[in-house]
Design a binder for this molecule. Structure first.
Ligand SMILES: Nc1ncnc2c1ncn2[C@@H]1O[C@H](COP(=O)(O)OP(=O)(O)OP(=O)(O)O)[C@@H](O)[C@H]1O
Length: 703
């Protein structure tokens, strides 16, 4: 659904029944002799609603703060005269300068007692809840990636911040963050900005006016809580599901020269005793297919691009062999140094994901002298630096913060032996690709011949595979577990035809039936995430939300509340689509379908992980989603799911230009593209293939 549709939805009078206190009128390669072995992973093995009631304070939107003239209390919006929040914030294009309006006209909003908001005076004062409309949107156009306008963000990092929905169970409600934008999820220091559309990026090193020490905005002060120290928490894990053993039947294809054979057991990997102990404590007894194939490849020193379904253990597939090498080769024990030289850098697109990877690295390196460190945006830069200078063998980072720290000369790259791109297709697309290119051309970074580069994802569009060549040695190996970009078969997928005006009613109906089971609800825009979360809280469904406009502290709180079951519903934008491994997520609901099939695959992959079963329900609005009909039919049938007749009808009646079964946004690549595209890559000046369209779902502050 486009922004305008969303606006229409809010304005639509009949919808007001859901938001009773709103005033209606306001809402408004094989070719060159590579080998391709396709084998089953096992071949070598030979072998109701009341439950949710009255948890509004858990949802956290109910108390404590007010929202301008439209105070938000007792779980209701109370609208005053001049507040125009819903009317004017219903479009995530808020940063578009062409839409800038006098801010004073608005009711703005009032901060309760959040001390973090104190900085607002620096940015135009509070009462203003979104900077750009109020005149301090410094040129930041309509989304955090800004690609819709193809405009570059030139420093308007503070103008785009909206109030975040604080539904984290701590009694907060909408909170004014106008003064604390720097600390929130949505804030990214200048150094962390990623601009797409133009193919350029606006990353600036700290020296150029980054997160610390610049005069363009308040400092980020958030210091994340330290990770758990006790062994039980470090090794806490959830159980593999009934379908874990079925992984063995999935076909695996390895392409490229001289691939080492797969291993069948952890013992065969010949890891050191400490690693084996940690693997056992983590509850791993059996390798997943991607681990069987990737571990020996990495141990053999080969570059790798690996594609395997969501939730099938890709993280351990790269961490374990890297740690094994580090242990074998010996590493310098961590010690305080102003300039640290990690042997391994792992990058991932979102803060929460990189933190998760870090916790995995910490788990597997437990009891060794390998020290893993995590740094990511939305947290105090000084905190990141303090973590690093204490010693850093494995650096887990989001791209913006990484470049910032490199710019600050706290990290030297000379010793980098392993470079890992998790969610590699995302890391190489127009959002992060330019940063990654900068990374590999940073002074001191070993050339691709001298380092080992590893890429992992559940989806690998062909264009991205071609771009990856720049990062990988030419003889890299490609491991495809199952269909590249295919959905996890343990997720039961249902597509419902629901028009935009019926979505909320349907959502509530489904959530009431689901009861207390953990459910992620994906929507297309940050504003909508807030709106739907608020709406659900009003419906007494305990909900929290995560998206790029929330402060990092709130994002982490929201995730924590969701993880522990305090808020069983998490409304999220695509910022939470990839990689997050949360126990017991039984349902994913696509309130809005994403704009690409890859994103769909990642989103529904938040459930049905590690052999557990899950369910995904997607609202298909023929008005806005018909371009997805064909790829959806393919994804559904490949995953042996029922395909609704109406969907097939739309799919086959719709003419999708360029649909050939393998284009990005349509259907995923089915193979290692070296087979099909040997030498055919055409790069434009930005280094991207001309067919690589910006991803319109990128409306987020990810890193
Ligand atoms: N061999 C194993 N035995 C038991 N559990 C495992 C094994 N490998 C991984 N896991 C667990 O499976 C879960 C999913 O793993 P992981 O997050 O690495 O999946 P992924 O393939 O990276 O998913 P995504 O594509 O969504 O990023 C984690 O909880 C992890 O600890």
């Amino acid at each position: 659904m486009g922004d305008e549709d969303w606006e229409a939805e809010i304005i639509k009078p009949h919808m007001s029944s859901y938001v009773p206190v709103f005033e209606k009128d306001r809402y408004s390669s094989g070719a060159n002799g590579d080998t391709f072995n396709r084998t089953p992973a096992s071949s070598s093995d030979a072998g109701e609603s009341n439950k949710r009631e009255n948890t509004s304070t858990m949802g956290g939107f109910g108390v404590g703060k007010s929202f301008g003239n439209r105070g938000f209390s007792n779980n209701k919006f109370e609208e005053g005269d001049s507040s125009g929040f819903w009317r004017e914030s219903n479009n995530d294009c808020e940063d578009n300068q062409t839409r800038s309006r006098g801010f004073s006209k608005r009711g703005g909003y009032q901060d309760g007692n959040d001390s973090e908001a104190s900085g607002s005076s620096r940015r135009g004062g509070r009462g203003s809840f979104r900077g750009c409309h109020g005149g301090f949107g410094l040129g930041s156009p309509n989304s955090e990636y800004e690609q819709d306008e193809g405009t570059q963000r030139t420093g308007g990092l503070f103008g785009s911040r909206r109030p975040a929905l604080s539904g984290t169970g701590n009694g907060d409600t909408y909170q004014s963050r106008s003064g604390s934008g720097s600390g929130r999820g949505g804030y990214k220091g200048l150094n962390e900005e990623v601009v797409t559309g133009s193919g350029k990026n606006s990353w600036k090193s700290d020296a150029e006016g980054g997160e610390s020490g610049d005069t363009q905005g308040p400092k980020v002060t958030y210091i994340p809580p330290p990770p758990p120290e006790d062994e039980d928490s470090i090794f806490a894990h959830y159980q593999t599901g009934i379908n874990f053993d079925k992984y063995d039947t999935i076909l695996v294809e390895v392409s490229g020269h001289d691939a080492p054979p797969a291993i069948l057991t952890f013992e065969e990997a010949n890891l050191c005793q400490t690693l084996n102990n940690n693997i056992a404590k983590a509850g791993y007894t059996k390798l997943t297919p991607v681990q069987k194939y990737s571990i020996p490849i990495i141990l053999a020193g080969r570059d790798l691009m690996a594609c395997a379904q969501t939730g099938s253990g890709k993280t351990a597939a790269f961490l374990l062999p890297i740690l094994a090498h580090m242990m074998r080769d010996g590493i310098t024990a961590s010690r305080f140094k102003e300039l640290q030289e990690p042997g391994c850098i792992i990058v991932a697109p979102t803060r929460e994901l990189i933190n998760q990877i870090y916790l995995e690295a910490r788990k597997f390196s437990f009891g060794t002298c390998v020290r893993a460190v995590v740094i990511y945006g939305g947290t105090q830069l000084g905190h990141s630096i303090r973590q690093i200078v204490q010693g850093c063998n494995i650096l887990c980072a989001t791209p913006g913060r990484l470049m910032d720290i490199i710019g600050k000369e706290k990290i030297g790259l000379r010793q980098v032996k392993y470079l890992v791109l998790d969610e590699a297709d995302r890391m190489l697309d127009m959002g992060f690709g330019p940063e990654m290119k900068k990374l590999i051309s940073c002074p001191g970074m070993p050339s691709k011949e001298q380092r080992q580069t590893l890429m992992f994802s559940a989806t690998f569009p062909e264009e991205i595979q071609r771009l990856a060549g720049e990062f990988l040695k030419s003889n890299y190996l490609f491991v495809a577990v199952g269909q590249v970009g295919g959905a996890c078969r343990d997720v039961q997928q249902t597509i419902l035809q629901v028009g935009q005006y019926s979505k909320r009613e349907k959502l509530v109906e489904i959530l009431r039936n689901i009861g207390d089971e953990r459910t992620m609800v994906f929507v297309e825009t940050k504003k909508k995430a807030d709106f739907i979360a608020t709406f659900l809280c009003q419906e007494k469904i305990s909900t929290t939300s995560i998206h790029g406009d929330r402060e990092q502290r709130e994002r982490e709180q929201a995730l924590g509340d969701f993880r522990c079951g305090k808020c069983p519903v998490l409304v999220a934008t695509s910022v939470a689509a990839r990689g997050l491994d949360i126990e017991n997520v039984q349902h994913v609901i696509n309130f809005d379908l994403p704009s690409t099939i890859d994103e769909y695959v990642h989103r529904i992959g938040r459930t049905g992980r590690c052999g557990n079963t899950g369910r995904a329900i997607s609202f298909f609005d023929p008005e806005s989603d018909s371009h997805l009909a064909q790829p959806l039919v393919k994804v559904l049938s490949d995953a042996q799911q029922d395909v609704p007749a109406w969907l097939e009808e739309i799919a086959f009646s719709a003419y999708v230009p360029g649909f050939s079964g393998n284009a990005r946004g349509n259907v995923f690549a089915s193979v290692d593209t070296r087979k099909n595209y040997q030498g055919k890559s055409t790069l434009n000046t930005a280094g991207f293939s001309s067919s690589q369209a910006p991803n319109p779902v990128d409306d987020e502050s990810w890193d």
